[in-house]
Design a protein around this ligand. Structure first.
Ligand SMILES: [Zn+2]
Length: 263
C-alpha cells in the first residue's frame, strides 16, 4: 500500500510540478510589472498572439516550437522551460528525500522551492525581493520546524533571529561605513525567513555556499565587463541558490562534515 502512495506522490509531484512551474513563469513576468496574474491569458510578449492550449504545454511546446513564437517567430525566453524543469525537479527531489520521513515536510519543502524560484528570477531581473515571498517562506518555516528530522524548532527560531540579525548588521554597517547599501533590505528579510525555514545550522551552510559562489561569479563578471566597481548586482539569487541546496541536501552534507571534524 505504502508503495502505491509513494508512486502516486511521484506522479502528482511530476505533473503538478510542471503546471506550477508554468504558473511561476506568469508570476515572475507579471508581478514586478504590476500586471494581473489571471488576465489576460498567456500570450506572446512580442506580438500578443494568444497561446492555444497546445502552445502552452510545459517544456514540450517550447521544444516543439523550437523556442520561437508560432506566429511572429520571435524567440521565447529559455527561462520558461528552465523554470518549469527546475520546479519539477525540486518537487520530485522533495518527495524522494523527505516523503518517507514526513509527507507534510516534503510538500512544504516543494512549495518553498517554488517560492524561492520566484525570488531568484525577480531579484535577478528587477533587483527586488517582494515581502510576500519572504512572508510565505517564513510560513513554510513555521510548519517545517516541527517536522525537521535534523533540527529542533528552537534551532529554527535561532536561525530566523541570527539570519535577520547578521544581515541587518551588514546592511546598516555598510550604510554607516561605506555610505551605501551593500545589500538590499529585502535580503535581510529573506535571510530571517530562510533561518526559520532551515534552522541556524543549515542557514550557515546556505549563506556560505551563496557567498562563495556569488563572490566568484561577481569577480568573473567584473573582469569580463571591466565595469566600474559601482555597478550593482543582486545578491539575492546567490543566497536563494544556497537556501535551496541547504534545504534539499543540507542534512547529509552537514552530517558528513560534522563526522569529518569529530572523527
Ligand atoms: Zn509572437
Amino acid at each position: 500500500m505504502e508503495q502505491y502512495i509513494l508512486i502516486c506522490a511521484y506522479v502528482i509531484a511530476g505533473l503538478l510540478g510542471l503546471c506550477v512551474g508554468s504558473f511561476l513563469n506568469v508570476v515572475i513576468y507579471r508581478l514586478p510589472r504590476k500586471m494581473s496574474l489571471a488576465f489576460p491569458g498567456s500570450h506572446c510578449t512580442s506580438c500578443t498572439y494568444k497561446l492555444k492550449w497546445y502552445d502552452n504545454i510545459p517544456v514540450i511546446s517550447w521544444l516543439m516550437l523550437g523556442g520561437k513564437c508560432r506566429k511572429c517567430k520571435q524567440p521565447i525566453s529559455v527561462r520558461y522551460t528552465v523554470v518549469e524543469t527546475a520546479n519539477t525537479a525540486f518537487w520530485l527531489l522533495s518527495v524522494a528525500l523527505f516523503w518517507k520521513e514526513s509527507p507534510l515536510y516534503a510538500v512544504v519543502c516543494a512549495v518553498a522551492c517554488s517560492l524561492l524560484i520566484c525570488v531568484f528570477y525577480i531579484d535577478l531581473e528587477h533587483m527586488i525581493i517582494f515581502n510576500r515571498f519572504s512572508i510565505m517562506i517564513a510560513v513554510c518555516g513555521l510548519i517545517c520546524m516541527f517536522y525537521d528530522g535534523y533540527t529542533k524548532p528552537a534551532d529554527h527560531i535561532i536561525g530566523a533571529l541570527a539570519g535577520g540579525g547578521v544581515f541587518a548588521l551588514l546592511y546598516f554597517g555598510a550604510i554607516w561605513i561605506l555610505k551605501r547599501e551593500a545589500l538590499g533590505f529585502g535580503d535581510v528579510k529573506l535571510a530571517a525567513a530562510a533561518g526559520l525555514l532551515l534552522g541556524w545550522q543549515k542557514l550557515i551552510f546556505a549563506v556560505l555556499i551563496g557567498s562563495v559562489v556569488g563572490s566568484i561569479v561577481l569577480v568573473i563578471l567584473n573582469r569580463a565587463k571591466k565595469q566600474d566597481k559601482d555597478t550593482e548586482y543582486p545578491f539575492g539569487p546567490f543566497i536563494v541558490g544556497g537556501i535551496i541546496i541547504a534545504l534539499l541536501a543540507g542534512e547529509p552534507i552537514l552530517k558528513w562534515y560534522m563526522g569529518m571534524i569529530l572523527g
